[in-house]
Design a protein around this ligand. Structure first.
Ligand SMILES: NC(=O)c1ccc[n+]([C@@H]2O[C@H](COP(=O)([O-])OP(=O)(O)OC[C@H]3O[C@@H](n4cnc5c(N)ncnc54)[C@H](O)[C@@H]3O)[C@@H](O)[C@H]2O)c1
Length: 389
């Protein structure tokens, strides 16, 4: 159904849409980008030009390849121009009603075989699909930012999606050099759900004054082996994005205390201390600002890493237990989508599932909070002396 000749439509020429378009055109597809905002289209055009020039300079692609990518990419302010597309990936504002209207309009333009996908990070694919006359042709295709560099793509069939169609899209995007994983349509899919404790447990440790932000970041980097600590990463992502994802996942999971956001982060957002982009977040990026030194205490560092890691593993276990994704896909998602040093389920095997369960049980005992309840699968596996791999 989809092949090298398939025409790819992109709705929304912002950060994600323009990146996805570049990936599709690089794979040799005629790619049509539609946006209602003319200046966004102009910006996307300039960005592609600059990005291709850089790639040529760095000898990552030839001049001919750059020319062919440019030639394959067209920009339009008219949705009608997407008429001939075989696959359309929507990457507009994260608003359910606006997305549903776009999908309805697209359906009235394209032919009956065109596949319609959303790049949404947090909205229900099933609900977007339900606004269409043919919900079986609608799915989630979730790229990570920047789409040109991040290898992971989550493929998310909604309740009514034709499974074969989801597999066809998976094969196509594998052919674009991406690493695809399948995820059930649940809040945060894989990555944005499993990664929540990386931020929220670090915030909890900070809120309880067990350690300061520099110490937690130091521990997660130096002892945990993560590329960035939670606070520097939240500052980089921006609290407007990171806090909202946490709050959305928490709300959509009916306020499960496991996903409860931190008031500290909310106050940063309210203060417009959005992180690096506004020069202030958890850290102060203004000139002359003094960075508080980490307390490089090995025992404290190990406690921090073990606590956050066990909470991450617990979330990965639940994702497996609830059939949201396979063991392999969960580990791939976290290593390829957010650069974790190891897959969490592999890490769980290495740490020993019993040790992970003991840490969670100790936290549960101490706090008497549902937030620290161990996943049933973890308990069962410990009882049966099983491992993930
Ligand atoms: N930015 C990220 O890190 C990231 C990562 C993964 C997924 N996403 C998701 O991708 C989508 C797009 O995010 P983004 O960061 O690229 O947003 P963005 O704000 O950079 O770009 C959105 C673009 O959509 C256009 N647009 C808005 N309404 C439109 C409409 N009705 N028709 C056509 N164009 C319209 C806007 O003019 C804008 O150019 C969102 O659903 C977001 O949740 C974002």
């Amino acid at each position: 159904m989809l092949n090298q000749q398939s025409i790819i439509g992109i709705v929304g020429s912002g950060a994600m849409g323009s990146g996805i378009a570049q990936v599709a055109a690089t794979a040799g597809h005629t790619t049509i980008i539609f946006d209602t905002n003319n200046s966004a289209l102009e910006k996307a055009k300039t960005n592609l030009f600059n990005s291709l020039n850089k790639l040529v300079e760095k000898q990552k692609i030839s001049e001919e390849k750059a020319k062919s990518i440019s030639k394959l990419t067209t920009y339009t302010g008219s949705m009608e121009d997407l008429k001939s597309c075989n696959l359309i990936i929507e990457a507009i504002i994260e608003n359910s009603d606006v997305k549903k209207n776009v999908f309805k309009s697209l359906e009235s333009i394209v032919d009956s075989t065109c596949i319609l996908a959303s790049n949404t990070s947090s909205l229900s694919i099933t609900s977007i699909a339900a606004s269409c006359q043919k919900p079986e042709r609608v799915l989630g295709i979730h790229f990570f930012n920047p789409a040109t560099l991040m290898p992971l793509v989550e493929i998310i069939p909604g309740v009514a999606t034709d499974n074969q169609l989801a597999l066809t899209c998976k094969t196509l995007i594998d052919g674009w050099g991406k690493i695809t994983v399948m995820a059930k349509d649940t809040p945060g899919f894989i990555v944005n759900r499993v990664a929540r404790p990386f931020y929220s447990e670090a915030l909890r440790i900070y809120d309880e004054q067990i350690a300061d932000i520099s110490t937690i970041d130091w521990a997660m980097r130096e002892i945990g082996g993560f590329k960035m600590g939670p606070f520097e990463l939240m500052d980089l992502i921006g609290h407007d994005v990171n806090y909202i994802v946490t709050e959305t996942v928490w709300t959509q999971f009916y306020f499960d205390p496991r996903f409860k956001p931190s008031l500290t982060q909310k106050r940063l957002l309210e203060a417009n201390f959005l992180g690096k982009k506004s020069n202030r977040g958890f850290y102060d990026y203004r000139e002359g600002a003094v960075l508080k030194e980490a307390k490089k205490d090995e025992t404290l560092g190990k406690y921090i890493v073990n606590r956050i890691l066990c909470m991450l593993i617990n979330e990965a276990c639940d994702t497996k237990y609830l059939g949201i994704a396979s063991t392999n896909d969960i580990d791939l998602a976290m290593t390829k989508g957010v650069n974790y040093p190891k897959g969490l389920l592999k890490w769980a095997d290495e740490k020993g599932l019993e040790n992970v369960l003991n840490t969670l049980n100790e936290l549960y005992e101490e706090y008497q909070e549902d937030r620290y309840r161990a996943c049933i699968l973890l308990k069962q596996m410990v009882k049966q002396n099983k491992t993930f791999y």
